[in-house]
Design a protein around this ligand. Structure first.
Ligand code: ZN
Length: 437
């Protein structure tokens, strides 16, 4: 009795329901029930033929009419019961995503419940969790969203003005965020700048990171929150973004939150040690060892860093590497140590051994060291500041002992390494790791 002929989707055509276009202006019947014969048990062929083409007439006539006059209702055509269920919604979303080559905007489908569960259990402050939830639901006041509600004059990014300010642009594609993701201590499977959907990216991280997904997503959420705050600060106080300071602060907040969560309060200073071992030694129980190295080629100025993290069983816990722009081998090696420290802080590892085969570098980290090296002073300052509240041991080792990190750095420098992770290690590196233990 209530369905409108011209406005509701009521004619079933195969799998879809379609609305109809009025053939000529009023007066026309408006309610579907006006197309019934007297008594309402059959379609009125004469009216149908006068309004619609034969194909539509036959579609309409194939729609059964209730004989008992049961009420009109909305149905969800993607489940056999006609009732919406989360599963059918998720299936539809997956199909739509495939149909569109995976480039749907972020609000068009939802994450599977298993991922939501992990998100709600993230070890981050509740406000960061809530913020991530809003970002995933595209419920932040981005200019794209404001513009679509006519609350902004244009949808463009205030920082760079080159793209629509979407969630993805703010976090990943706006130029200055590059440095945040490149230095945050997490090695990502895909190019950050190519992210088109936050949801899809989270899904792909879930499969790439495996068991370390939650830890890393916690850090990512913290960094997204920091980027968002930085953008708001800039609007209100016109400050310039400082990616490295942002990472430092975000990681410190994250580390403090984890430390409080685990309620372990030990605040010793960093220590330096020199080791004369001829082979790689496992770290003591409950500790991790981060082997760091950098590679640099002066002739083409290509450089890379590498960090390999192993636990007390000698098992690989994490790997990080990447090409960088530096001007010396020392800087590349320092870079690797800075990344290692950032990783340790992010993992909430307060007692950690950071091993490098660069004596000059480890010496520079001595708390009472008299000399400085201005070419890498900024990196040294970061390392010192990041390791402030932790019991990090910076250990200088023989080159032979650091062969795994060396291998990763040299291959990364010449562009031979793509995404590697603890569950995806190249066979050559596998054999080097096996030789260590
Ligand atoms: Zn921008």
């Amino acid at each position: 009795m209530s369905i409108n002929i011209w406005e509701d989707n009521w004619v079933r055509n195969g799998e879809a329901f379609c609305p109809l276009t009025a053939p000529y202006p009023t007066p026309l019947p408006t309610k579907v029930c006006e197309l019934f014969c007297e008594g309402g048990r059959r379609w009125d062929g004469a009216i149908l033929n006068s309004l619609f083409n034969p194909h539509l007439c036959s579609l309409i006539c194939s729609t059964p009419i209730s004989w008992t006059g049961c009420a009109d209702k909305l149905i969800w055509r993607h489940s056999s019961s006609g009732v919406y269920s989360v599963n059918s919604g998720y299936l539809l979303a997956s199909c739509l995503t495939k149909d569109h080559g995976g480039s749907l905007p972020s609000s068009s489908y939802n994450l599977p419940p298993t991922i939501w569960k992990l998100i709600w259990r993230l070890k981050v402050p509740p406000r960061v969790k809530h913020f991530l939830w809003r970002a995933i639901r595209n419920a932040l006041a981005t200019k794209e969203n404001l513009f679509s509600r006519k609350c902004a004059r244009n949808p463009l990014c205030d920082y760079c003005g080159t793209e629509v300010e979407s969630i993805e642009h703010i976090f990943f594609r706006c130029e200055w965020t590059n440095e945040v993701w490149g230095n945050c201590g997490i090695f990502f499977p895909d190019r950050i700048r190519s992210i088109v959907s936050l949801k899809q990216w989270i899904l792909s991280l879930h499969s790439a990171f495996g068991s370390s997904f939650s830890e890393k997503l916690g850090i990512i959420a913290q960094l997204c929150w920091a980027i968002w705050k930085q953008r708001n600060d800039r609007i209100f106080s016109n400050t310039h973004p400082d990616p490295i300071r942002l990472i430092r602060q975000a990681l410190r907040v994250h580390g403090e939150f984890l430390a409080a969560a685990y309620s372990k309060a030990n605040v010793p200073a960093r220590t330096i040690e020199e080791r004369n071992d001829q082979t790689w030694q496992r770290p003591p129980n409950d500790r991790w060892k981060f082997n760091c190295d950098g590679a640099y080629n002066p002739s083409d100025k290509s450089a890379a860093f590498a960090v390999l993290v192993r636990n007390s069983d000698g098992a690989v816990v994490d790997i990080n590497h990447g090409r960088i722009k530096v001007s010396s081998a020392l800087a590349a090696k320092a870079w690797a140590v800075r990344i290692a420290v950032a990783m340790a802080v992010a993992w909430g590892k307060k007692e950690t051994i950071i091993e490098s085969d660069c004596k000059v570098l480890v010496d520079l980290l001595q708390p009472d060291h008299a000399n400085t090296n201005w070419t890498i002073q900024a990196i040294i300052d970061d390392i010192v500041s990041l390791s402030d509240n932790a019991n990090f041991v910076f250990s200088w080792c023989n080159r032979k002992v650091n062969s795994c990190a060396h291998w990763i750095a040299s291959n990364s420098r010449i562009g031979l390494l793509s995404f590697i992770s603890p569950c995806n290690i190249p066979s050559k590196l596998c054999s080097l790791i096996r030789m260590d233990i």
